[in-house]
Ligand binder design. Structure first.
Ligand SMILES: Nc1ncnc2c1ncn2[C@@H]1O[C@H](COP(=O)(O)OP(=O)(O)O)[C@@H](O)[C@H]1O
Ligand SMILES: [Mg+2]
Length: 235
């Protein structure tokens, strides 16, 4: 079975009695160990979709299955536990904790998972910081590093619990094009190294070059799902 499976998913928000259809009958499957991008303009439904896959919200209709679990069946605490074990998040605004240094920011999600022994914790953190090229910056604080460096730390933090899936909602929206491209390459490198499934969204078609599978969203619909056969064979 696919790692992520959406079946005729709809999501309608109701604000002050006015329904807004954010996702309209989406069906798709994402396999393990892939690097997937959702592109689409602002308001096309990208965050809504990533929130459903991330078990942060539930569909109005249809089914969302993540690692075989129907997200609609999870209560709040089940969903939180499920996320802690299965999903890592990278945010648009990096969301690093300002009073913690780089090392401690990456360590943070591990402190929630009580079963990881101290020595292994330290090895995992140092290994990931090395892989994202931030080992020599480990004692710096978020306000002492650049946006691109913050996002590399955030990628390491998302991976430190060994999740099956990393979700990144517009991870490059606050970065210049060259830096954005580098961050996406690092995500792709991590996907290949750890076999993690990475799903990222962007409104910038220029940065999707590394994705293996690209879904284009428009007004709550998927208007294409271009498998990049050509790029793959020429890479
Ligand atoms: N919490 C919410 N309440 C009401 N409407 C929402 C909410 N979140 C998103 N929407 C609406 O749903 C649609 C899709 O939004 P969103 O998923 O945030 O798109 P994107 O991330 O692609 O910008 C938009 O019309 C947006 O205004
Ligand atoms: Mg969004």
């Amino acid at each position: 079975m696919s790692l992520i499976h959406l079946q005729e998913v709809t999501k309608t928000y109701n604000t002050a009695g006015v329904p807004v259809a954010a996702l309209k009958n989406l069906s798709l499957s994402i396999e393990r160990q892939t690097f997937v991008s959702f592109i689409g303009p602002s308001g096309s439904g990208k965050s809504t979709l990533l929130n459903l896959i991330g078990t942060l919200d539930k569909p109005t209709g249809g089914k969302v299955l993540v690692d075989g679990v129907d997200v609609a069946t999870l209560n709040r605490s089940d969903a939180a536990a499920f996320r802690g074990n299965t999903i890592g998040f990278v945010f648009q605004n990096f969301n690093l904790i300002p009073v913690l240094n780089v090392y401690e920011n990456v360590e943070y999600p591990l402190l929630m998972l009580k079963h990881v022994p101290v020595k292994e914790r330290r090895e995992r953190i140092l290994n990931l910081l090395d892989k994202v090229g931030m080992l020599d910056q480990k004692d710096k604080y978020p306000n002492q590093i650049s946006g691109g460096q913050k996002q590399r730390v955030a990628v390491a933090r998302a991976l430190v619990t060994n999740p099956k899936i990393v979700l990144a909602d517009e991870p490059t929206a606050n970065l210049d094009h060259a830096t954005a491209f580098k961050v996406i390459s690092i995500m792709h490198e991590m996907q290949k190294t750890f076999g993690t499934t990475f799903v990222f969204s962007t409104h910038d078609p220029k940065i999707v070059g590394e994705a293996e599978l690209i879904y284009t969203l428009e007004d709550g619909f998927i208007i294409n799902n271009g498998r990049k056969e050509q790029n793959r064979s020429t890479r």
